[in-house]
Design a protein around this ligand. Structure first.
Ligand code: ZN
Length: 384
């Protein structure tokens, strides 16, 4: 997921917001306004709105604290993390590599709910110190804010501990299974299955509640179920992909016949005589045997066609120092992950300082397709 609004950087981790978050921020503010109105009829309109907005902003800080705790543990255990994005249903800390052992996975996952739980209890304790009587509705703006934030953090802790992969609870479950089975893949598959079962349960419960007259909250539960089902299924697919591509290295799937283009070629000539005729998407830009960069339709799309005759390939190419090169012995599945992360369709393969070929996403997907067609064959025959 790409973060669409950048907020800033904390501990070297980039914080961002997905646009869908704005919908939630508005919903939360409006529901807080309604709640504070109902509980404290003597509060003035500006007071209600101020408390609602401040509460909303602090809620959002609590979500970041939850995600940041994942990031800090990941960092401490040597896993790089650069970005946290908040979206419709919470946050995602984009950890670039999967944990390599069960213990790391366990601590990385459980620290989030622990953070939310502690925050929740601390906020409620603070409200209590300020005179709030538990199980009554708070009367001052300060305690109203603290009590709402306290309960929402406890809810966040509980929601995230649902053992549906890829929620934190699902990751904890996966880590425990991983540790007891000693097999990361089987553990992921099992955790994803549990996640799917829980998701279906949520959807069923939500629909049932909806027809029993609970209205929107029923639909909301069903929606969360649908989201969990999607997430569990895509995790499952990821594991399948890893299985199917197992044993395959970049050198097996790369193509050694690639085309090069001189940096001084005009864009006009390059597009019409080469790009639109050859059916290739990626050309290496080189001069006297030295690699300078690469050019694909993506770089050209950003240039106004009227200026193509006056621009050179060398001006618009992606320069070599901005290209991610991969070694030939890299597992193919990692090449696919890198392409997904960097949103590119191909990666040049570098061996001993020289380009030895190009790996394209399309090619790996074709290999994947052949492998999945043949992998399904024996089991189908057995079933007949
Ligand atoms: Zn979490």
């Amino acid at each position: 997921m790409k973060s669409q609004i950048k907020i800033g950087t904390v501990f070297g981790v980039e914080l961002g917001l997905h646009y869908s978050w704005l919908v939630i921020a508005l919903l939360i503010t409006f529901s807080l306004v309604a709640q504070f109105h109902a509980q404290n009829r003597d509060w003035s309109e500006p007071l209600v709105w101020t408390v609602a907005i401040v509460t909303g902003v602090l809620f959002f800080a609590c979500l970041f604290a939850h995600e940041l705790s994942h990031a800090v543990v990941a960092r401490a255990r040597g896993l790089p993390i650069h970005k946290i994005t908040l979206f419709l249903l919470g946050g995602v800390a984009q950890i670039e590599k999967e944990a390599s052992d069960a213990k790391t996975e366990f601590w990385m996952a459980i620290v989030g709910p622990i953070t939310s739980g502690i925050l929740g209890l601390a906020l409620l304790a603070l409200a209590w110190l300020l005179g709030w009587v538990p199980r009554t509705s708070p009367t001052t703006p300060g305690t109203a804010l603290l009590v709402w934030l306290g309960y929402i953090n406890l809810a966040l802790c509980a929601f995230n501990m649902i053992p549906g992969f890829p929620l934190d609870g699902g990751r904890v479950l996966r880590a425990v299974l991983w540790w007891s089975m000693g097999d990361a893949e089987r553990a992921t598959r099992a955790a994803a299955r549990v996640g799917q079962a829980i998701a279906v349960l949520f959807i069923g419960m939500g629909i049932l509640q909806f027809f029993q007259g609970s209205g929107l909250s029923g639909l909301w539960i069903a929606f969360i179920g649908w989201f969990l089902l999607q997430a569990a299924s895509s995790t499952y697919l990821q594991v399948q992909t890893g299985n199917l591509l197992r044993g395959l290295r970049v050198s097996d799937v790369m193509s050694a016949d690639y085309e090069t283009v001189d940096p001084d070629t005009s864009l006009e000539v390059f597009v019409h005589d080469r790009l639109l005729r050859s059916g290739r998407r990626c050309f290496l830009v080189s001069k006297d045997g030295r690699l300078l960069g690469l050019i694909t339709p993506k770089e050209i799309r950003e240039i106004d066609p009227n200026s193509w005759p006056s621009r050179r390939v060398g001006d618009v190419m992606r320069p070599a120092d901005k290209i991610h090169f991969i070694p030939p012995d890299l597992p193919a599945v990692e090449a696919l992950e890198t392409m997904g992360r960097e949103d590119v369709h191909q990666l040049p393969v570098l061996s001993n300082g020289r380009i030895s070929g190009i790996v394209t996403r399309a090619h790996i997907l074709q290999v994947l397709q052949s492998r999945s067609e043949l992998a399904a064959f024996p089991s189908r025959r057995r079933a007949a």
